[in-house]
Design a binder for this molecule. Structure first.
Ligand code: SAM
Length: 288
């Protein structure tokens, strides 16, 4: 049968496009070849097309409703099928009841089924993140983006993660590269899990801080790279970032604003994920 081979970092975007175009054959399991994924497809399209056998998914593994996994918690949107609890990797089911809100960027959830426990451990690119979905921000759909950033980092850099959350950018980079990372979050629960995750992942090069990044950075040196993952209001913090970036450094600004509104020296743009219908999160790479 036909398969479309893509690099793993392009996997999520490819999956969405194939679903939109009605080409992904969802009866079969996507093949994982290490750095590459092969998507089972129903007709020949442009791209790296291969002929191979795919494993047929059992009926209980195919659902006609959307859900997202954070650790062993399945997050559903509206309806769901209780049989998903038979899957070994699902311990609890929660339903999202609101959008990401407030300074801490937290979502509201209601309990649906399984064990009543919102703390879990999410695995991503060889790292483990302990978190409580009700107390902190975490989005598994940013996995590919975190990997992209980690790939850009060079050994020896000093990095600032201004809105670190439970540490998924910081910890992945710290594991992959020989760098020093200063990671700030204003949410005490995010800070608690950030410290836990530094411990769990045995990284010694991440330095956690609790507080407003505008205050904390005053005590810190200049940086080669600054990560600003706060898409709704990151632009308000650009002065802080520009004060702390080295002459040859780079700022990764995540924002829902259009290119025309970014009045800085943008050298590259990446579409990261959808934010709301018709609105996207973009990454603007900015030089001082
Ligand atoms: C969109 S989340 C990103 C978290 C993390 N980078 C991730 O990818 O999971 C933004 C985070 O910024 C934190 N935050 C908001 N305002 C802040 C501020 N002024 N200083 C430090 N952290 C802040 C929030 O608590 C939240 O955890």
């Amino acid at each position: 049968m036909l398969g479309l081979k893509v690099r793993k970092i392009d996997g999520e975007e490819t999956r969405k496009k194939l679903i939109q175009r009605g080409i992904l054959d969802r009866r079969y399991r996507i093949k994982n070849l290490g750095d590459y994924l092969v998507f089972p497809i129903s007709k020949r399209i442009d791209g790296d097309i291969v002929e191979m056998e795919f494993e047929l998914l059992e009926k209980r593994d195919r659902y006609d409703f959307k859900f997202e996994m954070i650790g062993d918690i399945a997050i559903i949107e509206d309806k769901y099928d209780p049989s998903i609890l038979k899957r070994k990797n699902i311990r609890s089911v929660y339903r999202k009841t609101g959008d990401t809100e407030g300074i801490y960027r937290i979502k509201k959830y209601e309990y649906v089924a399984g064990e009543k426990n919102t703390e879990t451990i999410h695995k991503e690119y060889g790292c483990r993140y302990m978190l409580d979905i009700r107390k902190v921000y975490f989005n598994p759909r940013l996995a590919t983006e975190r990997y992209r950033i980690a790939e850009k980092v060079r050994d020896g850099e000093r990095i600032l993660d201004m809105f670190a959350g439970v540490g998924p950018f910081s910890i992945l980079i710290a594991k992959k590269k020989n760098v020093e990372i200063h990671s700030i979050d204003i949410n005490p629960d995010a800070f608690y899990y950030l410290k836990k995750n530094i411990e769990i992942n045995k990284v010694r090069n991440v330095f956690p801080y609790l507080g407003d990044c505008r205050e904390i950075v005053k005590e810190l040196p200049d940086f080669d790279r600054i990560i600003m993952n706060l898409p709704k209001s990151s632009l308000d913090f650009m002065d802080t970032a520009l004060n702390k970036i080295k002459k040859n450094g780079i700022i990764h600004l995540y924002s829902i604003k259009q290119k025309e509104e970014i009045k800085y020296n943008v050298i590259d743009i990446q579409k990261v994920k959808s934010y709301s219908p018709g609105v996207y999160v973009w990454r603007y790479d900015i030089k001082p």
